[in-house]
Design a protein around this ligand. Structure first.
Ligand code: PLP
Length: 395
């Protein structure tokens, strides 16, 4: 019963903290991040694979000292993430973007030690400049393994017509001298059984090139820190792969798994209205603060709330923006909601504040670290008018 309404999360996000913090805020539990990293480290130790944090999911330098104790570096989606990783994570920086402009590649070279290309054209275009650099930079090619089991097209990097990765038929007869590694990314929140099938397709298509490579990057989407994840299967698969290819270096670059369940979005009920149904208006917004809720779409869990009708009092939770569809979902509660009540949305550390917008000038949620062992919180960043204004004008 407790679990059904997510009250088990109270041990990680106790009311004495969530009732105390300013709202809206993302409250990030440092201990959960560390526990996730320990699980990832177990995979590193059992396989020799190196794991990178995908900054696209979570880019909070305050938390990097915890993560960098265990992981080998970051993967970046372009020059700006690469710079953040270089300056604040201070380990390996692997950068992949679907294309690099001439301006972008200059910074990508400056801040990365691994650069991955999405096409043979991009590789050949930028290779001369990379060779001129004094840095030792390894080059990779993203390939399309032509197998994925991601049902939502928006999140399927291998869907028919995908723009990601060189297809095997394009590589026929191409001299890959100068390419150090192959990269694929075809998973999204998936278990290792899916990874096994993607890997087998990758090997069928690209196996003949692997012996010439120094490394292979198996991308992200491995939901390794989820309770039902089969870590043994992942480790056995990587070990078996490495054995077959002369101990080749393997990289994984998860984002979600690093910070899974480590953060909540705490919000306050500002008003309650009725239009045939009871509607609570919150000081947060699906559109600006939890974009995947509308994009996926999905209904995030709330501590102490059930599905509509499961508990006695059902409400539609609406956001504070002007968008008619800025609705987080319908939920039920044990008691009637009151103005001023706190609502705690679960699993909001990933792909949330990295994607936020200031649409409508809505205030971005504060970023707050929570250190359970010290029972302390630290406000990392508060936002306000300037964050809106500076999007449109010089300082
Ligand atoms: C190339 C690449 N690597 C890594 C990731 C991280 O994936 P996840 O956060 O699902 O583990 C993504 C996600 O889109 C990606 O596109």
């Amino acid at each position: 019963m407790t679990d059904k309404f997510h009250k088990d999360a109270l041990k990680d996000f106790p009311e004495e903290i969530t009732n105390y913090v300013e709202t809206p805020c993302y409250l990030i539990n440092s201990q959960i991040i560390e526990n996730n990293c320990k699980i990832l480290n177990e995979v590193q130790e059992r396989t020799g694979a190196k794991i990178l944090l995908a900054l696209k999911a979570f880019a909070l330098p305050k938390a990097f000292p915890i993560i960098s104790k265990y992981l080998h570096g970051v993967c970046a989606s372009g020059p700006i993430e690469a710079k953040l990783g270089y300056e604040y994570f201070r380990k390996e920086v692997h950068t992949f973007a679907p294309a690099y402009s001439e301006e972008d590649i200059i910074d990508v070279i400056k801040y990365s030690d691994h650069i991955i290309f999405n096409s043979l054209y991009m590789w050949k275009k930028h290779e001369p400049l990379i060779k001129q650099s004094e840095k030792k930079i390894e080059l990779g090619l993203r390939v399309n393994p032509e197998h994925s089991e991601v049902e939502v097209l928006l999140y399927n990097p291998c869907a028919p017509g995908s723009r990601f990765g060189v297809r095997a038929k394009e590589l026929e007869g191409v001299d890959l001298t100068g390419i150090d590694g192959l990269h694929f990314h075809a998973l999204c929140e998936q278990n290792s059984d899916v990874f096994v099938r993607v890997l087998s397709s990758f090997e069928n298509l690209f196996g003949k090139y692997i012996p010439k490579m120094k490394w292979v990057n198996f991308g992200g989407g491995h939901h390794i820190t989820r309770k039902d994840y089969d870590i043994d299967l992942l480790c056995n698969t990587i070990n078996d792969f490495r054995k077959r290819y002369n101990n080749i270096q393997v990289y994984l670059e998860p984002g979600e798994a690093v910070v899974l369940n480590s953060g909540v979005l705490v919000s306050t009920v500002l008003d309650i209205i009725n239009n045939e149904i009871d509607i609570a208006i919150l000081d947060t917004s699906a559109e600006t603060h939890m974009p995947d809720v509308l994009a996926m779409p999905y209904t995030p869990n709330i501590i102490g709330a059930g599905k509509p009708g499961e508990l006695p009092y059902t409400y539609r939770l609406g956001g504070i923006s002007c968008l008619a569809g800025d609705v987080i979902g319908d939920y039920s509660f044990e008691k009637p909601l009151k103005r001023g009540d706190r609502l705690v949305f679960l699993d909001m550390a990933l792909y949330s504040f990295v994607k936020n917008t200031t649409f409508n000038g809505i205030k971005l949620p504060s970023l707050i670290m929570y250190y359970p062992e010290k029972r302390e919180i630290e406000v990392v960043r508060r936002f306000g008018y300037d964050d809106y204004r500076l999007k449109f004008m010089e300082r």
